[in-house]
Design a protein around this ligand. Sequence first.
Ligand SMILES: Nc1ncnc2c1ncn2[C@@H]1O[C@H](COP(=O)(O)OP(=O)(O)OP(=O)(O)O)[C@@H](O)[C@H]1O
Length: 539
Amino acid sequence: MSYCLNPICLNPENLAYSQRCQSCGSLLRLRDRYRVLKPLGQGGFGATFLAQDEALPGEPSCVIKQLRPSGTAPHILEMARELFEREAKTLGKIGNHPQVPRLLDYFEDHEQFYLVQEYISGATLQQEVKRDGVLSEAGVKQFLSEMLPLLQYIHEQKVIHRDIKPANLIRRDQDVRLVLIDFGAVKNQVSQVTNQSEQTALTAYAIGTPGFAPPEQMAMRPVYASDIYALGVTSIYLLTGKSPRDLDYNPTTGEMMWEQLVQVSAHLTQVLRKMLEVSVRNRYQSAEEVLRALEMEPYLDSLAQSMVAQSSVSVKERTSLTRNHLEDSSVYCSNPSSPSSSAGIQELAAAIRARRAKAAEGAALQAPGIRQGVMTTKSTTLANSNSTLHQNSKVSRKLDTQALLTAYVKGRRDFAQHNLNLLNLQGAELSGTNFHSSQLEKTNLQGANLHNTDFGRSSLNRANLRDANLSQAYFSHADLEAADLRGADLSYAYLNNANLRGANLCGANLTGAKISEEQLAVAKTNWMTVRPNGKRGLL
Ligand SMILES: Nc1ncnc2c1ncn2[C@@H]1O[C@H](COP(=O)(O)OP(=O)(O)OP(=O)(O)O)[C@@H](O)[C@H]1O
C-alpha cells in the first residue's frame, strides 16, 4: 500500500508504487524518496507513519512523523512546532545511542513539518506483557539493569524524557535490546532558564502520561528523578500487568498501592518503593543511585540482620549500631546524594568485595585483628559484622535437597543468600526462583528447569548446569568459573558482569543473551555454541 500524507485527503489508501493519490492527487513520494506504507498512530500534535526510503538500496523502513496540530490558533501551532523541533534536536543529540532511534531527516515540505527516524522493529513492552504475561523479579531486575544505564546517559546529556512507559519501550527484534521512543515530550537543556510563561504554556501540552508521570511533573516542574518515578511505575506494570489507572492510591499520602499485588524480595520492594516516592526529596536522585541500590541492598539487609543477631552486643548497643550502619550506607538517608552517604556506600561495597574475595580464596572466615563482639570504630564494626554475616548465612541458611524441593512445591520462591553447595538438584523444576547471592558451588543442576531464575551475585563455581533451561535467567556478578554449561539453554539470559572463566559453553544456546566478547573469550565454546546473534559457530 501507498498512503497519502495529505491531512485532509478523504481516501488516503492507494495501490503500492502509485505516483499520485487517486483521491486528492497529491504526490505519494515525500521529497521524492519516502513512500508511506501505513499510519502507526495519531497523537495531539502529529501523526506517525511507517515508510520506506526508496532512495537507499534495499529501501529500508523508517518512521515519519508529520506535525499535525489539532488547533489552528497561532500559539498552538507555535507550540506544536516547538515540541516537534525538540524531538528532532534531542534525537539528533542522543540518537547515536543504541537504545534510541536515530534521527534520519528533518524538513519542511508544502508547509508541513516532517521528522524521519529509524524504524525499530519489535513489540512494545505493553504488547509483550499482554502477549506473554507479567515478568518475574529476575525479569524486572534485568529490565532495570538495561534501562538504568540508558537513563543515566540521557540525563548526562541534560535531557529528561518525561514519557517513560511500556508503550514507549520497544524490544528490538534484531538484538532484543530495549529502545526508548517518543522524545516529543522531552525537556531539553534542563539547566537553562527559559521564559517562564512560554515554558508553562508549552509544558501544558507535554506533561507526559498521567499515572506514569510523578506529581512534580504534573505540576510542570519535571526533574531527572521524574524519569526514575516513571521507570518505577513501568516496573510495577511489568510485575502486575496493571496500568496506574487500575491501581488504588493511598488517599492520605497519594502513594500508589502495589505491594500487595506483587511477590518480590524485600530488597527489590525497598528499591521500587524509593523509586516511587511521591516526594522528590525522598526519591533516588539519579539512575546510578538506583543501580547501586539494586546491587547493595541484599547485602545490607542481611548485614542488619546479622548485626541484630550478634549475641555479645547489648540491645542498646545493637540498636544504635544498626542505625549508624544504615545511615552510613545511605539506605534510609534523607539525602542520599550527599558525599558522606556515598562514601558510606563505597566503604561498604569495598568491605563486601574484600569479603567475597576472601571467601573465594578460601581464606579464613575471620579477618586477622578483628575480634567478635568488640566494636570500637566504624571500620571494625563493618569488618566484624561482615564476617558474622558470612558465618550466619552459612550456618542458618543451609538447606538440603529435599527441604528445598518441598519448599518450592509449596510455593516458596525466595532462596536468596542460602548455602546450597553440592546439592543434587538434577532435573529439578525450579523456574522463577530467587537464588540471589546464594552459594551453589559444585551443585548438580543438570537438566533442571531454571527459566527466569535470579542467580545475581551467586557462586556457581564448578556447578553442573549441563542441558539446564536457563532461558532469561539473571547472572549479573555471578561466579560461573569452570561451570559446566554444555548444551544449556541460555537464550535471553543476562550474563553481563558474570565470571565465565573456564566455563564450558560448548553446544549452549546464547541467542539474545547479554554477554560481552571478553566474557566469551575466557569461556570454552565450540561450533555447536549458538551465539547471541542466533547463529552457530566458533566465538
Ligand atoms: N522509531 C519507531 N520505531 C517503531 N515504531 C515507532 C517508532 N516511533 C513510534 N512508533 C510507534 O508508532 C506509534 C505512534 O507513536 P507516537 O510516538 O507517535 O505516539 P502515540 O503513541 O500516537 O501518542 P503519544 O505521543 O501520546 O504516546 C506507536 O505505536 C509507536 O510504538
